[in-house]
Design a protein around this ligand. Structure first.
Ligand SMILES: [Mg+2]
Length: 315
């Protein structure tokens, strides 16, 4: 059942704020690695700071809202400009290298991204970690895969990097369409993601994810089984495990995502965005949201995206 317009607004806000908060809390979880100490650190913190995941998601939201389409070069320029303004956000090596090469060699961002890793392109999770705004923008579009892959190509040229971005975008899109007051259709949700994945690596991991959920595997064991590197076929499946284990609780989803090792900020960003897109803004603890850095700016980005979303997305 499609969400009504108030629900949709709440879901857009929940997705971007939920992703940013997951990023910030995941980053904190590198230092406070059990729930008790993380909760204590959250209570003490005056401000929750997000990292490159959210900075880049905001860049994608900004470019989509400004252009009304996915424009790769505008997106590359936006990412580049935002990086130069805040280079201290914890960027991995790939994107800054792409920005430098594009500028230094006079290449498009897409061409520069193809030169990474000896011409193979990156299959890290950097395209998936930032893709949530595109999942919102194209949630009802049959071209969501191609649009997500095009957004990935600006920094992540490897087919697996694009596949991860597409699967995460679809997870957000499916979450937007579902009514959280109805029973959560876990099997159908996962089947949709499996049908979307095009690389054997991602397909195999999504099958394993289904097996782990069916066996009620504890999160620590699931994290080990799915993998804990920054490769997108290791981190994204565990973020989805966290959401699918706790579809009705943003906080429980987040604890699972960030407290079991791996790329904690990005796991929090990806799981938090899907959870927020499903449950809406009201499900995100207000006392956390109030501490989130730039939360008014993130709200404005979500509303600008909603205002500019393609016609088929409007009620
Ligand atoms: Mg980060």
């Amino acid at each position: 059942m499609p969400a009504d317009s108030q629900d949709k607004k709440s879901k857009y806000l929940g997705c971007l704020l939920g992703g940013a908060l997951g990023d910030a809390i995941g980053e904190l979880a590198f230092r406070y690695r059990d729930r008790q100490s993380l909760e204590a650190a959250l209570a003490r913190a005056e401000m929750l700071r997000y990292t490159d995941d959210t900075a880049m998601a905001l860049g994608l939201a900004e470019s989509l809202a400004r252009r009304g389409i996915l424009d790769q070069e505008d997106l590359g320029r936006t990412f580049h400009r935002n990086f130069l303004k805040e280079p201290w956000r914890g960027y991995a090596g790939g994107p800054p290298t792409v920005f430098q090469m594009a500028q230094g060699l006079g290449l498009s961002y897409v061409e520069a991204a193809r030169l990474l890793f000896g011409g193979a392109g990156s299959f890290g999770n950097g395209a998936a970690m930032r893709v949530a705004p595109l999942g919102l923008f194209f949630y009802d579009s049959p071209e969501i895969y191609e649009q997500a892959a095009a957004s990935a190509a600006v920094t992540h040229a490897h087919p697996l990097g694009a596949d991860g971005a597409a699967v995460q975008a679809l997870a957000v899109a499916q979450a937007v369409k579902l009514n959280p007051r109805e029973p959560f259709p876990r099997e159908a949700f996962l089947a949709g993601l499996r049908a979307c994945a095009r690389t054997p690596e991602m397909q195999a991991k999504l099958c394993l994810l289904g097996d782990l959920l069916a066996a009620a595997t504890p999160p620590a064991a699931a994290a080990r089984a799915l993998g804990q590197s920054v490769a997108v076929d290791e981190s994204l499946p565990f973020a989805l495990f966290a959401f699918l284990s706790h579809p009705h609780s943003y906080a429980d989803c987040l604890w699972d995502a960030v407290l079991h090792g791996g790329d904690r900020d990005t796991l929090g960003a990806m799981a938090g965005a899907v959870s927020g897109a499903y449950l809406g803004l009201g499900a995100i603890p207000r006392h956390w949201l109030e501490k989130l850095e730039n939360h008014r700016l993130i709200e404005a980005a979500a509303l600008a995206l909603l205002a500019r979303a393609p016609r088929q997305n409007k009620e």
